[in-house]
Ligand binder design. Sequence first.
Ligand code: NAD
Length: 337
Amino acid sequence: MKKILVTGGCGFIGSEFVRQGLERNYEIIVLDKLTYAGDLRRIPKGEVKFYKGDIADRDTVRRILRRERPDYLVNFAAETHVDRSIFDPSLFLETNVKGTHTLLEAIRTYGVEKFLQVSTDEVYGEIKKGKFTEESPFLPNSPYAVSKAASDMLAKAYYRTYNLPILIVRPSNTYGPYQYPEKLIPLVIYSALKNKKIPVYGKGENVREWFYVADCAEGIFQVLEKGRIGEAYNIASGEEKKNIDVVKSILSLLEKPLSLIQFVRDRPGHDFRYALSTKKVRRELGWRAKTRFAEGLRKTVDWYLENFSWVEEKIKEERAYFRRFSKFYLSERRLRR
Ligand code: NAD
């Protein structure tokens, strides 16, 4: 049985990966700082060894690697919300850049069979037509995307320079159960259920490639198990949707009126469209996403209906955070990524 150290395993995608890892009979160790985005309730009690700690803390990381000697390390830990990176970029550099660097340095000493860095489609910047391949240049725009690009490039550099066994995945916009309601889909579901106005950036024309979380975690397992060392793989659904159409689909599922939609000033520097070519992962690993958007969205809405108290609790925390950034926030109640 292989042992995987999952950093950020209490987050949205990391916890889905943990749950699937247990089903696949991996031994799972989680290291998570439990920031606002982390929640231990996302992972099964008693089946996972948990360390609370910071990936940017050298001593913590080295102590855990020395003690646990995992076969694989999969790094999900990150600050992930674009709006927060606009308010306060420093934490993004600390966790996403320094944290990844700290992990890479530690595995130079302690060694692992594979180190998988979870990157993002946002490293490529925006694209009006066509799709990004793994060879496309990095042109990240938000502080979040820049910090992720730096960590992706650091991982690649440690492969080239120190011959570390690195793999990289670049997933597109992911959605599904247990996503923190700062992100578009859960925020819209919450607002619609409460009959609150739904703020939509600009005219809602921005296009994202929506990717169901179970498929995302499964794609990451494919890359971890079968990917070529030193390579990066895009993983995505192939289903592009305008934000406004996503909002309308949710309103229709919940039988709520379109009049709840409120267009607000666009996010500064908002990327217009992301789209990934997944030819490489399909050709080399025979993997493709299974869940169609309509099905994934239905499952997601059902989950939020059943777990409404969890969402309400998170919304309260989210409000408290944004009150601290009230000048920016109260002037615009905006829709997120
Ligand atoms: P998330 O915000 O839900 O979870 C992040 C997790 O990392 C949380 O559990 C948090 O407590 C933990 N964490 C944060 N800082 C830490 C630190 N310094 N040390 C240890 N743990 C820390 O994120 P997510 O949406 O699950 O994203 C996971 C990864 O996938 C991230 O690297 C993100 O950049 C990438 N990604 C996300 C998406 C998406 O649409 N959600 C798309 C592409 C890529």
